[in-house]
Design a protein around this ligand. Sequence first.
Ligand SMILES: [Mn+2]
Length: 321
Amino acid sequence: MKVRVCFHDNCFDGASSAALFTRFYKDRVEGRAEVVYRGMAHQPKEVFPEGTFDGDVNAVVDFRYSRDPRLTWWFDHHVSAFQQPGDEEHFRADRSGKKFFDPTAKSCTRFLARTCAVRFGFDLAPHRELVEWAEIIDGALFESPEQAVKLAEPALRLMTWLENNHDPALTERLIAAFAAGTPLSQLAAEPWVAGPLEPILARHAAAVKVLEARASCEGGVVSFDVADDGVEVYNKFIPYYLFPECRFVVGVSRSSSRCKISVGSNPWRPRSPVSIAAICERYGGGGHPVVGAVSLPVGDLARTREIAAEIADELRRAPAA
Ligand SMILES: [Mn+2]
């Protein structure tokens, strides 16, 4: 029995959700199941290409819905989970009792763990540390921008490692350790985590400097453009650390596969009623009420910059909390 688990890749909540789904499945459904993983990324092209759901059982966690009849289990909390016309109706009509959605959940990890506990008798007690940190990280419930940028806590080091790791075998190793309930301090000290983390933290320190040079704040909105700086991924709290008084952030970055506009509202400031997911959806992106993104093809940098300027302009006029 092969169980394919598709999870939101390069994301602490995605990896934690995959780990707890695995634990749940082995504890409560089928102990001898062979669980295999597939990291999923939001991108302009089809995110569930043919062959994605190749397990006897297929699960998607912390990632968008699919109407594919081979999808068995689904847990998500993204407000833009339903991307295709008819997706939401399809989900509402589902009577399998294995597909769950709560756009008010701060993390998919806690939503999944609690749902499995209530509905299927899953024991989440051994996983409290993981669940609490997934909630803090995905809900952006950090004490301060300093905590989110200094990365002292083991969970935040693992978060950073996950955001930067591109070796699926290592991500799976971490998911297995999460599923086994390994204490996060022990995991963060493992050589295969601490070793690769060293250059990542050095790059993080350099990214703080680049953003400091590129970011400016106007009308409560921080804008920055690091598409030409070789900064592909960066800690999304750096702008709030640099501009603690800002309301919103709009950033442009570029990787080998896409141009990206990242949009966020300052988690340490009173929340504006504006929905960032709704704004991003207008440009083909998505996300949550407080944070979202738009991806464009890698050649569309000029258009990416135009859209980013439009979004920043709109947010400057956004009503206060
Ligand atoms: Mn999530």
